[in-house]
Each structure stands twice: as structure tokens, then as C-alpha cells.
Design a protein around this ligand. Structure first.
Ligand SMILES: [Zn+2]
Length: 305
């Protein structure tokens, strides 16, 4: 028995070949998970496109409309950092659908993971840093609206602060935002999460995992969420092009095991998204992302979910 995993062929949209955003990783990750028997076809769930009014739970109508129609002004487009295309707009929406589906599956099965998601730099009326619509925020609000959850904890361990998510929920006591990130990194202007833990450059596996352990289980008993949304960005890896921390593959796997086992042990369901990860060598990057799904499967079996 394996945990559910969410994927859609439209997670990959064509972008210029030398663009630094590693678009191909989503499909390659899915293929690696199948090849390594981390999942079988039976474990794969395909999301649907969310209705516009679901995206509107977080984003302004004018921004959604302009983005989806390719009429965003060039400055706003540059801030996103991805060249617009109809396929990319579709990809953006289906990835949001993917995180929503992952969240629903996590409530049903205890654990579920997306093979995309984690666009945490997106604000209600603009996108930034490769992030267009904030899938984590939309999923949290939408599940609340459906009456499936009341309280959500967002654990954001991408190396960059989850500034969009922090801003969106700054006055909302029903969604707790927790971000551990490298202080000397994008975004320059940090927002205030409910709990921010800025880390110094170059922190290694043991230092990182100790800090995580200091906070996570206390936070769970304090917040008592109905659902944990976990952004497992691997740009914390020592070889990442945009990160400035020094985690190894072993450290990343230990991190995923620590997050998932701490939550599952205490009875909290976790929906995970892959978050950021940037490397020239695509296969190494894809392997790093797959550590989340490997850990998810291992915890799922260990706890017989
Ligand atoms: Zn990142």
C-alpha cells in the first residue's frame, strides 16, 4: 500500500530552453517515482482545473484575469520571472488544483503529496519569484470554505521565506504560517509569518534538524491543526543554485522523515508540495525532490496508514 500522489501531464509547460527555472523537473520526478517503484499507477491522482472563484478566494479578480489572458503589464510579468504563455497559465491553474486535491487526499489517507506546488511568493494582486497563484493559501482557504478543516498549519521549509503566504494570513488566526528559511536570501523584504525562524548561511544537516526539532512538535500541540500543509523545498541543499544552506541528500531525507513522523505520530494529516529546487544537473535535482515522496511512502507504511 502506497500513499496517494498527485500529478498532471500539464504540470510541464514549454519555456525557453536556457531559462533557469527547471520546468522539466515535474515530469521527470513523476517518471522517477514510477521507475523506482515509489508509486504505482494506482496511487496516482489527477487534479482538475479549479474554478475561477476558487482562485478568487485569495487573488484579486483583475490580477487573475490579466494573468490568464496574458495582458499583465510587463513590469508585473518580469517580477514573476517566467515568460507568459497560454500553456503556462494553464499549468499555473492545474498546479493549484493539484495542491487542493493533495490536501483532500491527506484528510482521507493521512498523508498525500503533490509533484508540484509551493508557490509561496505569490501575493493576492501580484506574482513574484516564479510564483503566480499561491496554491498553499488557496488550498487552505478552499478546504475551510468546504467545511473540511477549521485550522491549518503551513510548514514552509523552502529555503526562501514564504512571504506571500505570511502576508495573506497575517490577520487570520485560523491559518498559522511557519517559515524556516535562510535569512540572507530572496525575498529581500521579509513579511511576518506567525513564526519565522531565519537561519544563517551555510547551516548543515545537524544544525538544521536540531532547529526544526526545537519548534515543530511544540507548534503542533499549540496550533492543533486539522491539516498540515508542508512545503518541502529542496533549495536548502548544498548544491542548490539559489539556496545558501548546506543540507545533503541524507539531511533532506532526515528532514522529510522528521516532519512527517512528528505530524503523523501526533495524529495530524500532512499534504506535501515539492517547493523550490534549482540545479543545472536535472537528475540530481529530481532525486532531491523525490526524497519527499520516498519519506512519505516510508512513513505511510511504518504507521500503517
Ligand atoms: Zn525557494
Amino acid at each position: 500500500m502506497n500513499p496517494p500522489i498527485v500529478y498532471h501531464p500539464q504540470y510541464v509547460a514549454p519555456i525557453p530552453e536556457n531559462h533557469r527555472f527547471p520546468m522539466a523537473k515535474f515530469r521527470l520526478l513523476y517518471e522517477l517515482l514510477l521507475r523506482d517503484n515509489i508509486v504505482t499507477f494506482n496511487d496516482v491522482y489527477q487534479p482538475e482545473f479549479p474554478d475561477l472563484n476558487v482562485i478568487e478566494l485569495i487573488h484579486h479578480f483583475d490580477y487573475i484575469n490579466a494573468y490568464c489572458n496574458g495582458t499583465l503589464e510587463s513590469k508585473a510579468q518580469r517580477r514573476i520571472g517566467l515568460p507568459w504563455s497560454e500553456a503556462l497559465a494553464k499549468r499555473t491553474c492545474i498546479a493549484v488544483g493539484g495542491t487542493i486535491l493533495t490536501a483532500k487526499l491527506a484528510l482521507k489517507y493521512g498523508l498525500a503529496s503533490n509533484t508540484a506546488g509551493g508557490t509561496h511568493h505569490a501575493f493576492p494582486n501580484y506574482g513574484s519569484g516564479f510564483c503566480i497563484f499561491n496554491d498553499l493559501a488557496i488550498a487552505a482557504r478552499y478546504l475551510q470554505k468546504l467545511g473540511l478543516v477549521e485550522k491549518v498549519l503551513i510548514v514552509d521549509l523552502d529555503v526562501h521565506q514564504g512571504d506571500g503566504t505570511a502576508w495573506i494570513f497575517q490577520n487570520d488566526p485560523t491559518v498559522f504560517t511557519f517559515s524556516i528559511h535562510c535569512e540572507e536570501n530572496f525575498p529581500l523584504k521579509k513579511q511576518q509569518s506567525d513564526l519565522d525562524v531565519p537561519l544563517p548561511e551555510g547551516l548543515d544537516d545537524d544544525g538544521y534538524l536540531q532547529i526544526l526539532a526545537q519548534y515543530l512538535s511544540d507548534l503542533l500541540s499549540q496550533v492543533k491543526p486539522d491539516l498540515v500543509l508542508y512545503d518541502a523545498g529542496v533549495d536548502t541543499h548544498v548544491s542548490d543554485r539559489l539556496g545558501k544552506l548546506s543540507l545533503t541528500n541524507t539531511g533532506l531525507y532526515r528532514r522529510e522523515m522528521q516532519v512527517l513522523s512528528t505530524c503523523v505520530c501526533a495524529g495530524y494529516p500532512v499534504a506535501s508540495v515539492i517547493g523550490g529546487g534549482y540545479a543545472k544537473e536535472m537528475s540530481a535535482l529530481v532525486y532531491r525532490h523525490s526524497l519527499l515522496h520516498r519519506a512519505t511512502r516510508d512513513i505511510f507504511r511504518q504507521y500503517r496508514l
